[in-house]
Design a binder for this molecule. Structure first.
Ligand code: FAD
Length: 261
């Protein structure tokens, strides 16, 4: 039977762009270009390598995001994924990680899966918690932050590198894993891959398809929301310490006055 891999990929605002809050204090995603979160390219790469090793495997890339999030799906398809699922619904606007994970879990259940692969964190929210919450929602084991991953005989195996030790972990499928940026360089889409991606299926789903009520997501269904935000103050010139014999002392006094030492 085919190994069904679902890779969660996030469409994130370009970090080099000028990002702003909208009136409701959510990120104004219409105002800035976006792209496939670079850390999720590692997840797509690991899915492709696992599929290459398997007799028979199918990779679905999944995103919850606005219309333009299709760009992230197209990039993952051009890297080699087989098909894509795009969940888009106006009511999702303002969803935090709890609400987003609900939508992803329902979409994964509907798609069918043996293995879910996530990135270690998104490059905008950077919480790194979604994979664990997803595993809880799906009721399956989680093996997170892997720098090496493989699948053998219905088991996912991997290595998690910590500061002082490396752990070897495994879980029976179905399971959720997340992979780090140490898991192996992500391939570039080839010209052939880019052309092929244009013909690969992209399924669009909304909340009704997933049997999710509007008040379970969005700002209303979220556990967190931004109450206030302020522009970062402009940089001031700073304090210049001139060394006229006592520079070191003045520096130490400055650091002490700021409670740095
Ligand atoms: C249109 C839109 C509006 C949003 N508005 C808000 C808001 O107002 N307030 C708020 O707190 N959050 C909002 N979010 C959700 C937020 O951007 C994150 O998706 C969510 O909170 C997960 O947090 P994170 O990015 O830190 O995930 P992490 O835990 O850092 O992500 C780890 C991994 O989870 C997967 N993943 C995360 N998000 C997605 C996704 N959307 N689709 C597919 N895979 C994903 C990726 O594999 C990623 O590498 C919004 C999202 C969208 C798409």
């Amino acid at each position: 039977m085919s190994l069904r891999i679902v890779v969660c990929v996030k469409y994130v605002p370009d970090a080099t762009g000028d990002r702003h809050f909208a009136d409701d204090l959510t990120v104004d995603r219409d105002d800035v270009d976006g792209l496939l979160s670079e850390l999720d390219e590692y997840a797509v790469e690991q899915a492709l390598q696992i599929a290459e090793e398997a007799d028979d495997a199918e990779i679905t890339v999944l995103t919850v995001g606005p219309e333009d999030a299709k760009d992230a799906l197209r990039k993952a398809l051009s890297m080699g994924a087989d098909k894509a699922v795009h969940v888009e619904d106006d009511d999702i606007h303002g969803s935090d990680v709890m609400a987003t994970s609900l939508v992803l879990a329902k979409a994964i259940e509907k798609t069918g899966y043996d293995l879910v692969i996530c990135g270690m964190a998104s490059t905008d929210g950077t919480m790194g918690v979604l994979p664990a919450i997803l595993a809880e929602r799906l009721g399956v084991p989680q093996v997170t932050l892997l720098s090496e991953v493989s699948v053998e005989d219905g088991t996912v195996k991997g290595r998690r590198d910590g500061d002082t030790a490396s752990e070897r972990l495994e879980a029976s499928l179905p399971a959720v894993v997340s992979v780090t940026d140490q898991s192996g360089e992500a391939r570039y889409p080839s010209f052939k891959g880019i052309m092929a991606a244009k013909k690969k299926p992209v399924e669009s789903l909304d909340l009704e398809d997933l049997e999710i009520e509007a008040d379970e997501v969005g700002l209303e269904g979220s556990w967190t929301r931004v109450d206030s935000a302020a522009e970062r103050p402009a940089r001031t010139a700073g304090t210049i310490v001139k060394d006229e014999g006592e520079g070191g002392k003045q520096l130490a006094e400055f650091l002490a006055s700021q409670k740095f030492i």
